[in-house]
Design a protein around this ligand. Structure first.
Ligand code: BGC
Length: 706
């Protein structure tokens, strides 16, 4: 029905009108066709909330008070919950707010693989593991789109895993790695999530910029995955009219204000008139755009209204924040703190007392409010505990020694200490201009910032934080270190001497409250690391085998051995492994059963998990598979299933995880097929990739190719 209407509309449109729908007419919108009732498409970043409002032709925000919004935990935090229901809930918040702000497309989620811990945009991405990302992104996309009449724009397609030279770097990755590691989450977002639009990456792959990449956009996305949505360029990612038009791009967006000069504006009209591009090619783009408009009810008077800053949304983002916090270490059960034992608490560290929502590049958020760790802790403890704050370290040029001495004095006179350190998210010295595109390549800046446009220079905790932590520990052993960042940092200098360490993230507007609840035991931590924390940068595969960051080209020589796939297979001891996260409860695993009836589509793995503590808690049970006999090298373990279960004290639940037979396959680049070979597969069930509690196996008796 809609398809008929779409064809009718196309037949009435002039070439100029059609082309107007295919490129930016404002920084975040296309042109509509008023005479036919076709609205413009309005977009906004994403993904941690709806970004503040820009005028059509300036990167200086409008600056009114009407665009404060709910600030959601970053994608790494969301992935750290390993809770697919929360991913859906977070999606509903983003979708409702996008619609509430009058948007048609929200530019997110970001789902690129975390290949190196140094990538500046890791915080916007979910994980190093394609399976975990796929499981989280599908409900997230559904949450955004299903009830809100708004579209996601899943980004950045594909292999956009560094910020250095991001506009032009050529990624050298082999076909098998592309298929097994870098594409599956996009495929899941499209095929299972039904994402209505997708954003191309800036970089090049196989010799072509991703926005002109026929192989990616036509052969894979359209033909193999059956995508019938809209392909939108990253802002300024188009370099050639004909290549992009024929390569499968539908809408060109950019960062400059000369909208008529965009490759998909006057040059496209000219190319059609000169016969270099058939008008049908433009028609197909318009068809896809109109189809998206129907999907989001853009022509309907009854379109969803949306809303923003609802109380309900705050509760949802609080729930995500609560489950995202990862208890990395807890020797002697230092945590949870008992509030009645603490008369004087020292809170130390700049990250306890600054907001992060306004940082990160295009993911910046004008948050309605943001609870800092200091605020969260004070709110939680009320007037009965004396909470004092010392900055301890500073990202500006303050006297380091004086800050440390002040912090040590405070720690000495306190019953307990919480140090909140980590990375920065905003950088005065790295002020974004023109959407991060004008930063000089040669700027000599130490980069410790989780932000678009730059990669970090190393894993170190910046601003003398190691020294601060060590000196505070010397005077007060009842110290908890909280790292607030969007990517892993190095902890080796003090980890041995620190009883308790907590990882938190850019964790949304309620992040400070959630952290306090975890520290004081109102919430039992249940987050698990979605990325490996290494001891040293040199241990990470992109740095030890591959390259990071490349300049003109970057070679992914580590192949499929990304993240824990590398650490596990090559026996490299990480600082904290993938899937790691402690609880105040303890869990026992028993009774593994592997049902491998070949008539069934899935292999069914069942086991019992018991909460052996006196506290209710949640456990993420993880199922990894190892292919014992394979004609190609494979990782020793790969995540193929997980389930988050909630258990009361003493309670046992049987957990069932289904592993699809197809997910056992590797990709053969010679045959251009997925292959499941005959032979023995091992099953590992546990609390992290290293904390394996149960082992089993099964045989595949007949080979399968698809
Ligand atoms: C980023 C995208 C973002 C776009 C619009 C680009 O620089 O890479 O993720 O959606 O700008 O702000």
């Amino acid at each position: 029905m809609n398809e008929e209407k779409i064809e009718e509309l196309i037949s009435k449109l002039t070439l100029e009108e059609k082309v107007g729908m295919c490129h930016g007419r404002g920084l975040f919108r296309t042109e509509g066709v008023e005479r036919l009732g076709i609205p413009p498409l309005k977009m906004s970043d994403g993904p941690m909330g709806v970004r503040h409002e820009f005028p059509d032709d300036s990167w200086v925000p409008i600056g009114n008070t009407d665009d404060y919004v709910t600030y959601l935990p970053c994608n790494t935090a969301l992935a750290a919950t390993w809770n697919t229901d929360l991913a859906y809930e977070a999606g509903t918040v983003l979708g409702r707010e996008a619609r509430g702000r009058g948007k048609d497309i929200i530019l997110g989620p970001g789902i690129n693989i975390v290949r190196s811990p140094l990538c500046g945009r890791n915080f916007e991405y979910m994980s190093e593991d394609p399976y975990l990302i796929s499981k989280m992104v599908v409900p997230f996309v559904k949450g955004v789109q299903e009830k809100n009449d708004v579209a996601v724009c899943v980004k950045h397609f594909a292999v956009n895993n560094q910020e250095t030279e991001r506009l032009n770097v050529e990624v050298e990755v082999d076909e098998r790695t592309l298929r097994e590691i870098y594409l599956p989450a996009f495929e899941a977002a499209v095929k299972e999530g039904n994402a209505y639009s997708i954003m191309t990456a800036y970089n090049k792959l196989f010799g072509y910029h991703c926005s002109h990449n026929k192989y990616l956009l036509k052969d894979i996305l359209e033909d193999e995955w059956g995508f019938d949505g809209v392909v939108i360029s990253d802002w300024g990612a188009v370099h050639n009219t004909v290549e992009a038009a024929e390569g499968g791009l539908d809408i060109e967006m950019s960062v400059t204000y000369d909208f008529d000069e965009y490759f998909f504006a006057n040059p496209l009209i000219k190319a059609v008139k000169e016969g270099k591009i058939k008008e049908e090619v433009v028609d197909e783009k318009v068809r896809r755009i109109l189809r998206l408009m129907y999907k989001i009810n853009a022509f309907s008077d009854n379109r969803k209204r949306g809303s923003y800053n609802d109380f309900e949304s705050r509760e949802k983002v609080l729930n995500v924040a609560r489950e995202s916090i990862v208890l990395l270490k807890n020797e002697g059960n230092t945590l949870p703190f008992k509030d009645s034992d603490i008369k004087r608490l020292a809170v130390i560290g700049q990250n306890a007392n600054i907001s992060h929502s306004n940082g990160g590049g295009s993911a910046e958020i004008k948050a309605l409010y943001e609870m800092t760790p200091l605020l969260g802790i004070k709110m939680r403890l009320g007037g009965q505990t004396d909470v004092s704050y010392a900055k301890g370290y500073s990202s500006d040029k303050s006297k380091k020694e004086e800050l440390i001495e002040e912090a040590v004095r405070l720690a000495q006179n306190s019953d307990a200490v919480v140090i909140v350190g980590g990375l920065k998210h905003t950088a005065e010295e790295l002020e974004l201009k023109d959407n991060a595109l004008t930063i000089s390549k040669d700027e000599k800046i130490e980069r410790y910032v989780d932000s678009e446009g730059y990669d970090k220079t190393d894993l170190d905790l910046p601003y003398n934080q190691d020294e601060l932590i060590k000196r505070v520990l010397e005077v007060n052993k009842n110290t908890v270190v909280v790292i607030l960042s969007g990517s892993p940092t190095k902890m080796t200098e003090w980890i041995e001497d620190t009883p308790s360490v907590v990882q938190t993230w850019y964790n949304g507007m309620e992040g400070g409250r959630a952290l306090a609840e975890v520290l004081f035991g109102d919430v039992n931590p249940s987050g698990k690391l979605p990325v490996t924390f290494s001891k040293r940068l040199e241990d990470c595969p992109a740095h030890s085998i591959g390259e990071f960051p490349g300049k003109e080209t970057v070679k992914y020589s580590e192949g499929i051995f990304v993240g824990y796939r590398y650490f596990s297979t090559y026996n490299i001891e990480p600082l904290f492994c993938f899937g790691h996260g402690l609880s105040y409860s303890t869990f026992k695993y028993e009774n593994l059963k592997v049902d491998n009836n070949e008539k069934m589509e899935d292999i069914v793995v069942k086991f019992n998990v018991t909460n052996t503590s006196k506290l209710a808690g949640k456990e993420v049970s993880q199922v990894y598979i190892g292919d014992e006999e394979s004609s190609l090298p494979r990782p020793s373990v790969e995540l193929k299933g997980f389930k988050k279960v909630c258990l009361n004290p003493g309670e046992t639940k049987e957990v069932e995880v289904k592993i699809s037979r197809k997910s056992l396959a590797f990709y053969s680049k010679q045959e251009r097929k997925w292959i499941v070979e005959e032979g023995k597969f091992k099953v590992f069930v546990g609390s992290s990739v290293q904390d394996i509690r149960l082992k089993g196996e099964f045989n595949v008796n007949s080979e399968c190719r698809f």
